[in-house]
Ligand binder design. Structure first.
Ligand code: NAD
Ligand code: WQD
Length: 336
């Protein structure tokens, strides 16, 4: 594999940070995005922050002909596929939209890759494929049971990718199961851009710290955890970005696929997140314990040892860095 990489969803949260890491590692990167959940100025920001120009194609992966045309033009050596919708609640309310975006979009991409003979894929999967985990830390051989349409789209695509690998021995995929991505670029000029009220905890807490919302609603105080609130594995988005660079190297050097968890191995409760964010921001953060959110597990954190063994990668940034970087980004958003 040479160094031209197509990044679908490259204007999004994880894709934009990963594109910076790829450019800095010397890859020639082309973004393909329909900007359904991102802004058109992001590619320019990526170029500024990385010091390298990134090309961008406006593309909706649901359009088969346009996807084929894009791959013919770009001729990538490898594809990192972030381009998907990610809200669990929205997927329950509008499953067809999720199947069209995440399943049809991915199948169109896989078909176009096959047409041009591109055999290297990095796929964004999620810890959501474990559903309610039987035990923590979760290793990759844990039972898979998606419990909502979003999770099913990820599981279906993992299975489709595995089947394609079996039928086409030259095709290799790195399936990466992210735990809870959080934080922002340390410049304070790139981060997550939630539209409306954030679904995820860290951006919501950031908005409360900034005074944009009155309090955090803590979804449940009676979980089987030491303080009763849900425990998750928060991983810094730049650590996650770096793992994608390692995954491409793995595909290039080993010429085989892999399925790995990307988490830190440490779990933090909702209350611990609020406390850490309060320290990082120097602000009081009001919260109220409310009912549980349907579908939430007590605890979910990774056994990240396989990623370390196969990729030589592990997360290096802790919770305080996640909160400090997310706060710097929150301040930037308010000043610009
Ligand atoms: P994001 O919404 O910020 O980025 C996704 C990008 O894909 C956006 O720029 C969006 O415009 C684009 N996109 C969506 N549908 C598209 C389509 N049909 N054609 C072209 N572009 C399209 O999300 P993110 O947090 O960066 O997530 C990236 C990937 O990681 C997704 O596949 C998501 O399911 C997965 N993931 C995210 C998390 C998380 O908590 N953020 C956790 C696990 C897995
Ligand atoms: C974290 C903890 C909540 C918001 C989701 C998806 C998962 C993956 C990552 C894509 C939980 C609690 C949250 C709030 C709260 N995405 N919480 N008040 O649910 O672990 O994972 O994002 O693949 O698929 O399900 O992340 O950030 O929503 O919640 O108390 O306002 O914070 O109950 O314990 P989650 P989250």
């Amino acid at each position: 594999m040479n160094n031209r990489i197509l990044v679908t969803g490259g204007a999004g949260y994880i894709g934009s940070h990963t594109t910076i890491a790829l450019l800095q590692a010397g890859y020639d990167v082309v973004i393909a995005d329909n900007f359904s959940n991102s802004e058109r100025w992001i590619p320019d920001r990526i170029s500024t922050l990385s010091g390298h120009v990134v090309q961008c194609h406006e593309l909706d992966l649901r359009n088969h002909a346009a996807t084929l045309e894009c791959l013919h033009q770009v001729r990538p050596d490898g594809v990192i596929h972030f381009g998907a919708l990610k809200s669990v609640g929205e997927s329950i309310a509008n499953p067809l939209h999720y199947y069209q975006n995440n399943v049809t979009g991915t199948l169109n991409l896989l078909d176009a890759m096959q047409h041009i003979g591109c055999n290297n894929l990095v796929f964004s999967s999620s810890a959501t494929v474990y559903g309610y985990p039987d035990r923590c830390p979760i290793s990759e051989d844990a039972a898979l049971h998606a419990i909502n349409p979003y999770g099913r789209t990820k599981l279906m695509m993992e299975q489709a990718i595995e089947d394609i690998g079996t039928s086409s021995p030259g095709f290799h995929a790195a399936v990466l199961r992210y735990f809870n991505p959080a934080g922002a670029h340390d410049s304070g000029q790139l981060g997550e851009l939630p539209r409306g009220a954030p679904n995820n905890l860290v951006p919501f807490v950031a908005q409360v710290a900034a005074g944009l919302r009155p309090e955090v609603k803590v979804f449940g105080g009676d979980y089987k955890t030491p303080d009763g609130t849900g425990i998750r594995d928060y991983i810094h988005v730049m650590d996650l970005a770096q793992a994608h660079v390692h995954a491409l190297e793995y595909l290039r050097d080993r010429k085989q696929g892999l399925v790995v968890n990307l988490g830190t191995g440490s779990g933090y409760s909702v209350i611990e997140i609020i406390d850490a964010f309060s320290r990082a921001s120097g602000r009081q953060i009001a919260y109220q314990i409310t009912d549980r959110r349907p579908g939430d597990a007590d605890a979910c954190y990774a056994d990240p040892s396989l990623a370390e063994k196969l990729l030589g990668w592990r997360a290096s940034r802790g919770l305080d860095t996640i909160c400090a970087d997310a706060w710097r980004w929150q301040i930037h958003l308010q000043q610009n």
